[in-house]
Ligand binder design. Structure first.
Ligand code: BGC
Length: 755
């Protein structure tokens, strides 16, 4: 008997050892994911689906947790669109870890140059890889529904096709390094006011055609590793808990095969998030893992749902450099990337006005440089999209670098004022400073006497108007969208004095988003929209002012006459947030998209509403002629061509936009919609290039709610080749012989009336 006991105990011990040895040997491999899932305990699974702290890459926003017994490493997730956001310095380490501050999203998109954007993505991705991160939390792809959204600088456009094509290029570039992106914020995170609670109520059609379209294009064409579900609610549910959004549309319809992670939310209904197909909770707290375990045990959450998310997270992990034990060197080529940002920024700058060929400057030696922002240039926006860059070249430095002198007396005045304002602001700094970014210094009033003296001394006046915005707050109309009274006065006085002396005034707009221009644009001789152009900003502007570079950016959004002209302004938080329905605050607790599909130029152009600068607009130092519009049918749509010739006297690039006006009958549609665009290479004077645009019948389709299908009406489509939406240079006709129809799921219905 005793002997039997001993035998049984020995056998048990042996089995245990064998089990443990097996488990010890079992390590995650790309081809054993199912086995790993079977081997993991419930607690380990719950741990894998919830992010945790990390110290591998200081300053990175988040991480997935390691499970060392199974060879599952921690992976690192780091912001953000304009470059990698990590801490530039580390304790007890004399090395620095600066990342390049690239032009912001609006600036990148304004290049309309997908090759260039891909190159920028490649450079950013190299920094992700060499600094030891696995995923870049970018691109930001929300639509500019209103010019007042605080985060528009991170996003691309009021148009989904621009958004989709630019994000596709960016994603391909970043991911070419073997690291991932996270398309964000999925979806309809169109305002910062109460972004964690607001319920965005949108028609199914506007959702499909506008707010989801860019994501759809990027998912299908660039295969992003991850996507970030937004903070807000959409038609009644948190996007993070919406199975209709995260599974039915994203995976079943579009074929997304990566992971979904939450935006940096605290604990919500973790079980609902998993059931929806939200694989990873970030930044993660132990209480979320505990909830998963408890709910699986109580039967409220099926283990199959958990396993599916675990499997997907593991499929992501095996792709990462961390899993592959990539030996990063913490030495990305910052010098080469500074050159890329300098050039990219010039290509995204939009020349809004250039009377009498004021620009490029000719024979000018001395500039009177006005505007506090000239001496404190704004490279990028604030919040998680702010990169810890090594430096920002201000405009004064940029001009000096280009061999131009700025008047010393004015420079001294501004530098003194700047020091005073900085000391004042430092004294009452609010907590959480990094999040709000460096305050924009208030504009300085300059006396007429000083201005008159400058008009004698200098040959030209340059005035920079600066704007800053970012995560956590929307912009204001007064003193933000509109000019301040000090700015207005300064501009008026400058124009009076310099014009009286027969000298020009140039305005540089240094902003991440749209500002009012209609009331003052007649005053100066030239206006250059420099955006927030990244760390080389001052050099980039100087390159354009001197003519070293010919600006070729065009607007990816409308510049309206007034903010209130945008139909979305009727339903956007403007500070008047107290109207309540059933106890809920309009535009804070819920926002009705009553403008429906009429966002941006879709509204202004269809309704013939005057604007200050239309969508797609931008001047050049040269001119272009368009000829030989042509179209031919392809297997799934058409291919159109146009020949563009540089008819001016300096080299330049032209962006051609292809708008399409649909046949009569069928669904109501905007008067025209952008379907594609292309940019020429640098054309020398007299040189020409033929650009090709490929559009499929699916691209022509609109979403028919009655049929719950995408439908492209048969009949004649007018193709319009435009230098902007209001400057159509050539047209061609395309006949779609048969109606196209693509069935979709009837999901994400609005939960409130939009009438
Ligand atoms: C932002 C995201 C960002 C995340 C991590 C959130 O507050 O909305 O865009 O990626 O923080 O920093």
């Amino acid at each position: 008997m005793k002997q039997q006991h001993v035998l049984a105990a020995t056998a048990l011990l042996f089995t245990c050892f064998a089990h443990r040895a097996n488990a010890q040997q079992l390590r995650l491999q790309p081809d054993n994911i199912d086995r790993i899932v079977q081997t993991m305990t419930l607690e380990e699974k719950a741990q894998l689906l919830v992010g945790g702290a990390q110290s591998l890459v200081p300053g990175a926003a988040g991480a997935t947790q390691a499970i060392t017994r199974l060879g599952i490493p921690q992976t690192i997730l780091s912001d953000g669109p304009a470059g990698l956001r990590i801490s530039p310095t580390r304790e007890n380490d004399s090395n620095t870890y600066y990342a390049t501050g690239f032009p912001v999203g609006t600036a990148l998109a304004s290049t309309w140059n997908t090759q260039l954007v891909e190159a920028v993505g490649k450079a950013i991705g190299e920094e992700v890889l060499q600094y030891g991160a696995d995923v870049l939390l970018a691109p930001g792809m929300n639509l500019h529904r209103s010019p007042l959204c605080g985060r528009n600088f991170e996003y691309y456009s009021e148009d989904p096709i621009v958004t989709g094509l630019i994000a596709t290029a960016y994603t391909k570039g970043v991911q070419s390094n073997g690291v991932g992106v996270s398309l964000k914020h999925f979806a309809v995170n169109s305002q910062e006011t109460n972004r964690m609670g607001v319920d965005e109520i949108v028609s199914q059609r506007a959702l499909r055609e506008l707010y989801l379209k860019g994501f759809e294009m990027t998912v299908k064409n660039a295969h992003p590793w991850t996507i970030m579900s937004s903070y807000n609610r959409l038609n009644g549910s948190f996007t993070q808990e919406s199975r209709e959004l995260l599974t039915t549309i994203l995976r079943d319809e579009w074929g997304f095969d990566g992971i979904v992670m939450t935006d940096w939310t605290g604990k919500r209904n973790t079980a609902a998030q998993i059931q929806a197909g939200n694989d990873l909770m970030e930044p993660g707290a132990p209480v979320q893992s505990e909830e998963i375990v408890a709910k699986v045990k109580s039967g409220e959450l099926a283990i199959a749902d958990v396993d599916l998310c675990v499997k997907r997270v593991l499929e992501y992990i095996v792709k990462t450099p961390r899993f592959k034990e990539y030996r990063y060197n913490n030495k990305p080529d910052l010098k080469a990337h500074a050159a890329i940002t300098r050039n990219t920024a010039t290509e995204g700058m939009v020349l809004l006005k250039n009377n009498n060929a004021t620009l490029p400057l000719k024979g000018v030696k001395k500039i009177a440089l006005f505007g506090i922002t000239s001496y404190d240039f704004i490279a990028g926006g604030t919040g998680s999209g702010d990169v810890n860059k090594p430096y920002t070249i201000d405009l004064r430095q940029g001009l000096n670098g280009a061999g131009l002198e700025v008047t010393q007396s004015l420079e001294d005045l501004y530098l003194k004022y700047k020091a005073y304002q900085e000391a004042r602001i430092a004294a009452d700094r609010r907590p959480g400073g990094w999040f709000w970014g460096k305050a924009v210094l208030p504009e300085m009033s300059v006396s007429r006497n000083t201005i008159n003296r400058q008009a004698q001394e200098a040959e030209v006046a340059v005035l920079t108007l600066g704007r800053q915005a970012g995560e956590g707050g929307d912009r204001k109309i007064d003193d933000d969208f509109n000019l301040t009274s000090v700015e207005r006065q300064l501009l008026q006085d400058l124009c009076d004095a310099f014009h009286a002396a027969g000298k020009p005034v140039i305005v540089i707009i240094n902003t991440g988003g749209v500002i009012e221009t209609a009331s003052w644009k007649a005053l100066p001789d030239a206006i250059l929209l420099a955006w927030q152009p990244g760390q080389e900003g001052g050099n980039s502007v100087a390159d354009v002012l001197t003519g070293k570079e010919n600006p070729s950016g065009k607007l990816t959004m409308t510049f309206p006459i007034a903010v209130m002209d945008h139909p979305s302004s009727l339903n956007f938080p403007l500070g008047n947030n107290d109207m309540r329905t059933n106890g809920k605050r309009k535009n804070v607790d819920y926002t009705l998209h009553q403008e429906d599909i009429y966002v941006g130029y879709r509204y202004f152009h269809t309704r013939n509403k005057e604007v200050s600068y239309p969508f797609g607009y931008g001047l050049s130092y040269t001119t272009f002629t368009y000829s030989k519009p042509a179209v031919k049918a392809t297997a799934d749509g058409f291919s159109a061509t146009i020949t563009v010739k540089n008819s001016g006297s300096v080299a330049g690039k032209e962006v051609v936009q292809l708008y399409v006006a649909a046949p009569e009958g069928g669904l109501e549609k905007p008067s025209c919609e952008l379907k594609s665009f292309a940019k020429t290479r640098l054309l020398q004077p007299g040189e020409q290039e033929t650009l090709t645009f490929k559009v499929s019948a699916y691209d022509l389709a609109s979403f028919d709610e009655a049929l719950q299908s995408w439908v492209s009406a048969k009949g004649k489509y007018t193709l319009q080749f435009g230098a902007s939406v209001e400057d159509i240079r050539a047209t061609a006709l395309y006949n779609l012989a048969r109606e196209g129809s693509w069935k979709a799921h009837d999901v994400l219905k609005p939960t409130m009336s939009l009438k």
